[in-house]
Design a protein around this ligand. Sequence first.
Ligand code: 5GP
Ligand code: ZN
Length: 114
Amino acid sequence: MDDCIFCKIIKGEIPSKKIFEDDEFLAFHDVNPQAPLHFLVIPKRHIPNIMETAEADAGLLGRLLFRSQKIAAGLGFGEKGARFVINCKADGGQTVDHLHCHVLGGRSLQWPPG
Ligand code: 5GP
Ligand code: ZN
């Protein structure tokens, strides 16, 4: 998508602090971190949000979560844990319409969210 911020990050047109990259996913630090650790994992394929996935995307969604935890564990958050969040559309608080998993760690997070 030409006007998608995250597609531009994937293409290198917008700089980012990359943590991980393979053929399917890119992970990078959030520009406005809400915790000492706050990174995003995104599929390289433009998918607007989790509601716009199909049965055929089930494997990708599983790998998105698996990759998220592997990166968090690799950064040393396996012991204390982290939060894995996917916001969706207006009521879910999504502001960038390219599917992404937030990973937040390094402080004790509250529940429920505001
Ligand atoms: P959402 O609100 O859609 O779940 O999360 C979007 C996230 O993307 C926000 O946490 C926001 O700080 C982050 N973000 C927006 N634009 C950029 C950018 O250009 N670079 C990076 N690294 N993060 C961004
Ligand atoms: Zn995109």
